[in-house]
Design a protein around this ligand. Structure first.
Ligand SMILES: Nc1ncnc2c1ncn2[C@@H]1O[C@H](COP(=O)(O)OP(=O)(O)OP(=O)(O)O)[C@@H](O)[C@H]1O
Length: 283
């Protein structure tokens, strides 16, 4: 069982007289991907900034890799990569020059790493173009490569898919998953789009108005909230039975059967287990 690389207890943050983060507690396992989800203004960025020691909590306790960001933020930042809304790349330098410059700063002496990352994020062919000529999505890909140069233990990503097209979103998220498995990096991703992160996170934290409303793996959350799943299937077959392959159903109208399922996992096996006749969907 992996250890808790991040532990947060009773975290509160007030800014300009407003409570932005309210009594938030959670922990994150090393090598996992955690989705920090919530609408705009819910406090996700503030939590990332608190974890990386950029701002101080009003109260509560944070431990990141065993360090308190308040007193040992430098140690955390040295071992983590961060991608925020702003790119923090030099606009007049090429993608390659940027990565070489930051490699030097981070003490990374192997240019192979930069090459691998640019290839992984689909930016190798643009390596000699200046950042100022790039779209938002292209800048985001280079920023991701930059954040991963020194093989961080933790990667903080604030809306990393903003500005990316659907293909780019796929590429970035798939690569993060591979990276987690290969290098054991712990990833925290802020997003307001649950669908994008579904399937790639081990844990989800739902934030609203600075309050942690819900947290856990998708299975745990579904178990708590998803009680009845109804699937209506159009089929040419009508019959007298009320159970198919162990799944009870009703005929709700001509050509349509309604199944009541206990788990989302049953949705895909259900049509696959149907004989061809029942899978026939009339026009
Ligand atoms: N420096 C600040 N001073 C005062 N209020 C702030 C400050 N920074 C953020 N806030 C407020 O805190 C709240 C949470 O902001 P935050 O950026 O953490 O939310 P978010 O969930 O990341 O939103 P988004 O998805 O839009 O980036 C917002 O109401 C914002 O206006």
């Amino acid at each position: 069982m992996a250890n808790d690389i991040i532990k947060v207890k009773g975290l509160c943050k007030r800014m300009k007289g407003k409570e932005i983060v309210k009594n938030v507690s959670f922990s994150v396992k090393e090598g996992s991907i955690t989705g920090l989800l919530g609408p705009n203004g819910s406090g996700k960025t503030t939590i990332i900034r608190l974890l990386s020691g950029v701002i101080e909590p009003s109260s509560g306790d944070i431990r990141v890799m065993g360090h308190n960001p308040l007193t040992n933020g430098e140690e955390i930042r040295k071992n983590s990569g961060i991608v925020t809304e702003t790119t923090s790349l030099y606009e007049e330098m090429t993608a390659w020059e940027n990565l070489m410059f930051f490699s030097k700063i981070y003490g990374v002496h192997d240019s192979k790493r930069a090459e691998e990352l640019l290839i992984a994020f689909g930016m190798w062919e643009h390596k000699d173009s200046t950042i100022s000529t790039f779209s938002t999505g292209m800048k985001k890909r280079v920023s991701l490569a930059k954040a991963l140069l020194q093989k961080p233990r933790i990667l903080f990503l604030d809306e990393p898919t903003n500005g990316l097209d659907p293909e780019g979103i796929h590429l970035v998220l798939d690569y993060l998953k591979v990276l987690c498995e290969k290098e054991g990096v712990t990833v925290i991703i802020c997003s307001h789009v649950l669908q994008q992160l579904e399937g790639i996170c081990n844990m989800y934290l739902f934030i609203k108005h600075g309050v942690l409303m819900e947290g856990g793996s998708m299975e745990e959350i579904e178990k708590r909230h998803l009680k009845n799943i109804r699937v209506d299937i159009e089929t040419g077959l009508t019959g007298e039975e009320t159970v198919f392959a162990g799944y009870p159903f009703q005929t709700i109208r001509k050509n349509t059967l309604r199944f009541e399922l206990n788990s989302k996992k049953d949705i895909s096996p259900l049509p696959l287990s149907m004989p061809l006749a029942i899978r026939y969907i009339p026009n």
